[in-house]
Design a protein around this ligand. Structure first.
Ligand code: PLP
Length: 394
């Protein structure tokens, strides 16, 4: 007998992966330049030069044994110390290398953090729309994912609904800002309310409720928008970070977990993170890329390309009659489908070679997600197809 749940997860791909595979097939049939693939969040902007420079220097001048050898299970001590100094300088925190655990990207940061916290009967809250893998990650621990709909007018958190959703079983809250798929950055005002509610509920139930900040898009914001650093607002915070988007390194699988030094019994929380990393086999993230990111702290890929894409797509689509919120961050546009069933809408979009993701699995039916981390040229070429699609409904 096999695990039925795992067979099911392995057999039924996510809707995003399905569309991505369809896109590859379609590109082989009619040519890549004729398919407008907005399915997946794979950055089109290359990694900044520091990545190549660091990798070349390390590979040519570094100690090959150390470079390809194991580091400590929780990551190289030098990198963890540098990370602590960098985060302290950016956000005024008081972290040391012992607050950091290096991971293979945000997915691992999340699964490790959840595994570290979860006990039977626990619940984790998140806000829709949400990154669909949260359901998989939470349920894998035997816990329940509780979804609280965001305020439909601006996709900020609906604090009344949030407060009502917290129960004595709530172990944690997963908060993703800038958000995939809405592109919304949660305001400081809204965050403060969320933290007040959490403090109140911790007292009421006499237990810790952890805030898990999923932050792979922290640096991808446009204009003067600020992304508040959650450790400065709430003590029981665990930050899940990744270089997949900020340095355009999704395939290298590198990121980290930072446990706040103000969390209750933080050393024990950190020990649980190390234990979960061990139990899941997520020890010693790739050594070469640990060294590379250590040399690229504070650098990002060219975010101005995403801003240009956002402006181009948002302005054109709203002019054609589509309805969506202007995103402040990440690289997604979250658009109302032009018919009730977003799946039918996304199917119709395929007739125009537009690959857009229906948002049912993001917990918000009636919407589609458009990933604009593609070339600006692709967006320009796709605009007549978006116009034809909207006209087909008139
Ligand atoms: N969290 C969110 C909100 C994401 O959008 C993604 C990837 O797209 C991840 C986590 C996983 O990131 P990684 O590729 O670093 O594992």
């Amino acid at each position: 007998m096999l695990s039925e749940k795992m067979v099911q997860l392995g057999t039924n791909r996510s809707v995003i992966r399905d569309l991505f595979e369809y896109g590859n097939k379609r590109k082989a049939e009619i040519g890549a330049e004729n398919v407008f693939d907005f399915s997946i969040g794979n950055p089109s902007v290359p990694a900044p030069d520091c990545v190549k420079e660091a990798a070349v220097e390390l590979l040519t001048k570094g100690d090959p044994v150390a470079l390809h050898g194991y580091t400590s299970a929780q990551g190289d001590a030098g990198l963890r110390q540098k990370l602590a100094e960098y985060v302290n300088e950016q956000h005024g925190t008081n972290l040391t290398g012992d607050n950091f655990y290096i991971t293979v990207g945000a997915a691992a940061s999340l699964t490790i953090s959840l595994k570290a916290l979860a006990e039977p009967e626990d619940e984790f809250i998140t806000f829709s729309p949400f990154f669909p893998e949260y359901r998989v990650f939470v349920e894998m621990t035997g816990s329940k994912l509780v979804v609280v709909p965001s305020d439909p007018k601006d996709f900020q958190i609906d604090c009344d609904l949030f407060e009502k959703a917290i129960t004595p079983h709530t172990k944690g809250v997963i908060l993703n800002s800038p958000n995939n798929p809405s592109g919304v950055v949660i305001t400081e005002e809204c965050l403060k309310k969320v933290c007040d509610i959490l403090e109140k509920k911790q007292k009421e139930y006499g237990k810790e409720i952890f805030l898990i900040a999923d932050e792979p898009y922290r640096e991808l914001v446009y204009g003067d928008v600020k992304v508040p650093y959650l450790m400065n607002y709430y003590d029981n915070t665990i930050v899940c970070y990744s270089y997949s988007k900020s340095l355009s390194l999704p395939g290298e699988r590198i990121g980290y977990i930072a446990v706040s030094d103000k969390a209750k019994d933080w050393k024990e929380v950190y020990a649980a993170v190390c234990g979960a990393g061990r139990a899941l086999g997520y020890v010693c993230a790739p050594s070469l890329f640990q060294q590379v990111v250590a040399r690229c702290l504070g650098k990002t890929a060219d975010v101005s390309v995403y801003k240009k894409n956002r402006d181009l797509l948002y302005n054109a689509l709203t002019e054609y009659g589509y309805r969506c919120i202007k995103p402040d961050g990440a690289f997604y546009l979250f658009v109302e489908a032009l018919e009730e069933d977003a799946n039918a809408f996304a199917e119709r979009a395929k007739q125009y070679e537009l690959l857009i993701v229906p948002a049912d699995s993001f917990g918000t039916p009636g919407f589609v997600r458009i990933s604009y981390c593609v070339s600006t040229e692709q967006i320009e070429k796709s605009l007549p197809a978006f116009q034809a699609l909207v006209e087909s409904y008139r």
